[in-house]
Design a protein. Structure first.
Length: 312
């Protein structure tokens, strides 16, 4: 809720009591108190609800409680002339008084508990993110990859691309690890730029980065891998006045089988394709396709290589 709304309401309410006759007209007091409370609570509920993308279970419940409290204050305005205090201007009724203030206490305590719960959930989410994120590149780590697929299986229509920076050890040995880190961070940035929001990039270790592409076909997966390779080929990283270039090789795994493929098997298949890319000249993309008839390999320099392999 905007701070100025709270400030105006805080200052206005005691100011109204200085107006002659204000304390004698209960209906005016109900309206002038309930209206800003209704608006403020509704805005707070809206703010809480719009933050549901944060994936905190308590946030949705907090939004509902704030909304309920907003409605509770809001109904005092139309019911004012006909309902007993504290809902309206008629003489108090013990049952209404107990029910109204009892409900207010329950809602207020519930909101306090949920706010504390949100704080704990946010901290847990932060710790979980730290545990599944690579500190250098900001990509997922191997543990993060396991959390993406709860059953450790890639569904049909998912491709896994394994990338490895070519001769990366020479960069570290010649220019130092800081230069190597800069090259690796630059490649991670390229992967993020070429992916969609439904895709994932994972640093598996060292200079190996895997990209998981969701809802794609075989041709699309190879095309994305080629695009990432070409972007890296033309990328120049400036480190302490030095202009460094480092190409990348990739292995694409795509399953056309109806049953999901285990992540471990997909990684092994993509790694085999990556090995072929490395052994046939580097700076290229090779493909391994799991199907009932075998695996096909495609080289990124448009040379058609085809081998028969056991299904993954």
């Amino acid at each position: 809720v905007k701070g100025w709304i709270v400030a105006v309401a805080t200052i206005a309410w005691p100011t109204f009591w200085l107006v002659p006759g204000f304390d004698d007209d209960r209906m005016i007091r109900i309206v002038l108190f309930s209206l800003p409370m209704t608006v403020a609570l509704a805005l707070a509920a809206r703010e809480a609800w719009h933050g549901c993308a944060e994936r905190l279970p308590s946030r949705n419940w907090l939004a509902m409680l704030l909304g309920a409290q907003s409605v509770l204050f809001g109904i005092r305005i139309p019911l004012g002339p006909f309902a007993p205090f504290p809902l309206g201007i008629l003489p108090p009724n013990d049952l209404v008084v107990a029910g109204f203030f009892g409900l207010m206490i329950v809602l207020s305590v519930g909101q306090t508990v949920l706010i504390i719960s949100m704080t704990l959930e946010r901290e847990e989410l932060r710790q979980r993110k730290l545990a599944s994120t690579d500190a250098l590149t900001g990509l997922l780590n191997r543990h993060g990859l396991e959390t993406v697929f709860e059953d450790d299986r890639l569904p049909k229509g998912t491709a896994l691309v394994m990338f490895d920076l070519d001769e990366f050890k020479n960069v570290n040995d010649t220019y130092g690890h800081a230069a190597g880190d800069a090259v690796l961070v630059g490649f991670a940035r390229i992967c993020r730029q070429q992916m969609r929001q439904i895709d994932y990039a994972v640093r598996l270790g060292g200079e190996e980065i895997a990209v998981v592409l969701s809802r794609v076909d075989r041709a699309k997966a190879v095309a994305v891998a080629e695009r990432i390779r070409m972007c890296q080929e033309s990328c120049v990283v400036d480190v302490d006045g030095l202009s460094l270039k480092c190409t990348v090789s990739g292995g694409v795994f795509f399953s056309e089988m109806d049953s999901p493929v285990h992540v471990r098997d997909a990684l092994a298949a993509a790694d085999r394709a990556l090995y072929r890319a490395k052994s046939t000249g580097r700076n290229r993309i090779c493909e391994e396709l799991a199907s009932a008839s075998g695996a096909h390999v495609h080289a990124g320099d448009d040379r058609a290589l085809r081998t028969q392999a056991a299904p993954v």
